[in-house]
Design a protein around this ligand. Structure first.
Ligand code: HAM
Length: 419
């Protein structure tokens, strides 16, 4: 392979054979989210940079290191979307939030983060996500999580683990941040350069640092659940109780804060142990976001799953991926001579009208080469015509599994091969 034909590092071509599974992930998303009353929202893949800056948080890795930001010819700063939530909030704000309105939307598509490429970590990756915007409450959070787990079950994933935590409300976080600052300042010598800065700028990000030494220190820090006020403790207890009554298993991960700053109360991640270091197949939580032009922050809850990672996890489970229906070729038309080729063009049209998947050889080639092609595409039946068959109004139909051959009248072919 030449470097000039390979896709850029961290990006991939999704080939026709693979696209079948992608379509299945998408089809299940449309199906599952619809029964919870969600509608699809498609936002642009690039937005004004400010849409992401304010929403995701200045101190996050995404904003600090990973956004694809560029100036367009008009001197505007634009950014390829690194995630879906910010654009959804911008789009809903554009429609106008009415008092008490609830918007339930889902989205599918490419996201862009300039991360170091690795297995399951791409620069262009794809998310399927949902946002329920305008209302809040622990029951709503639990319903959202239950929907995520239903989706993961529908696509065929079994070995997932749901991790749950809370970020409390702003007052809890002010109190907890002081506790964490105290905790980490005593250990600053062993922390990375970034975390020393974070001690002042955003102590939460230390809990999320992937550097080994920092992660070890963070593992000994107090859990968020220990630092909550009464109202937040009650809120989180209700989320847990709802999940239990819905029969959704979860594990507490009291130091999980997630990589975006907009969360409030419930946060969650679904991990799959079989896909290596990038084990998070989905993540989400409740948030409070003030989109540009809005006077007050708007509450919401949602999640996004990484489609590349879902497919890796499915392959790891040996599930072979979700079933998107059979894409094999029903019949391959072999024609000998220009007249037969032209007649096959018409026959292919008739058979396709009947819903059959048809490939026709339309080059003037020998029988052997055409049969080789039929084999290559995995055709179930091959229909063969030369001058003689053409004159008699028949085709020779070869069953490629049993190798049996029979003659069929042309007008009977679609009926005989009906799926
Ligand atoms: P996130 O945790 O940044 O959350 O991303 C969600 C999922 O996207 C991850 O669990 C992972 O599966 C996938 N993902 C993230 N980065 C990459 C990458 N570089 N390569 C491959 N897959 C990746 C969000 O994006 C939030 N907007 C989720 C959310 C929605 N929270 C509330 N509503």
């Amino acid at each position: 392979m030449s470097k000039r034909t390979e896709p850029l590092p961290g990006t991939s071509d999704i080939l026709p054979g693979e696209a079948v599974q992608w379509r299945a992930l998408e089809a299940y998303a449309h199906e599952v989210f619809a029964v919870y009353g969600y509608g699809e929202l498609r936002t642009p893949v690039f937005e004004r940079t400010e849409v992401f800056l304010r929403t995701i948080g200045d101190e996050t890795d995404i904003v600090q290191k990973e956004m694809y930001t560029f100036e367009d010819r008009g001197g505007r700063s634009l950014t390829l979307r690194p995630e879906g939530t910010a654009g959804v909030m911008r789009a809903l704000a554009n429609l106008g939030f009415g008092q008490g309105d609830e918007h339930r939307v889902y989205y599918l598509g490419p996201m862009f983060r300039g991360e170091r490429p690795a297995a399951g970590r791409k620069r262009q990756f794809h998310q399927v996500g949902v946002e329920c915007v305008g209302k809040s409450g622990p029951e709503l959070d639990a319903e959202t999580i239950e929907m995520l787990m239903r989706y993961l079950g529908a696509i065929g994933l079994k070995q997932t683990r749901l991790l749950l935590n809370t970020r409390g409300v702003a007052e809890d976080r002010v109190r907890a941040a002081a506790v964490y600052r105290d905790f980490f300042s005593g250990r600053v010598a062993a922390m990375c350069e970034d975390c020393r800065r974070r001690l002042e700028s955003n102590v939460w990000r230390i809990l999320d640092c992937k550097v080994e030494g920092c992660a070890e220190i963070a593992a000994g820090a107090p859990g968020m659940t220990e630092l909550l006020g009464d109202a937040s403790r009650d809120y989180f207890a209700r989320v847990c109780a709802c999940l239990e009554s819905l029969g959704v298993p979860y594990a507490l991960d009291a130091r999980m804060i997630r990589g975006l700053d907009y969360y409030e109360h419930t946060v969650f991640e679904v991990v799959h142990e079989g896909i290596g270091a990038q084990s998070s197949v989905a993540g989400g939580g409740r948030y409070l976001i003030q989109p540009p032009g809005c006077k007050a922050p708007v509450p919401g809850v949602g999640f996004a799953a990484g489609m590349e990672r879902l497919l890796l996890a499915l392959a790891e489970e040996g599930a072979g991926g979700p079933d998107a229906g059979n894409e094999s070729v029903d019949c391959y038309l072999v024609g000998l001579g220009a007249e037969a080729l032209r007649a096959n063009l018409a026959l292919a049209r008739t058979l396709r009208d009947a819903g059959l998947r048809v490939l026709a050889n339309l080059e003037d080639r020998g029988m052997k080469s055409q049969m080789r092609n039929a084999n290559k595409v995995g055709a179930r039946h091959v229909l063969i015509r030369g001058g003689d068959e053409l004159a008699r109004g028949v085709v020779v139909c070869k069953d490629m599994v049993s190798s049996e051959q029979r003659e069929l009248a042309v007008e009977r072919v679609s009926e005989a091969l009906a799926r």
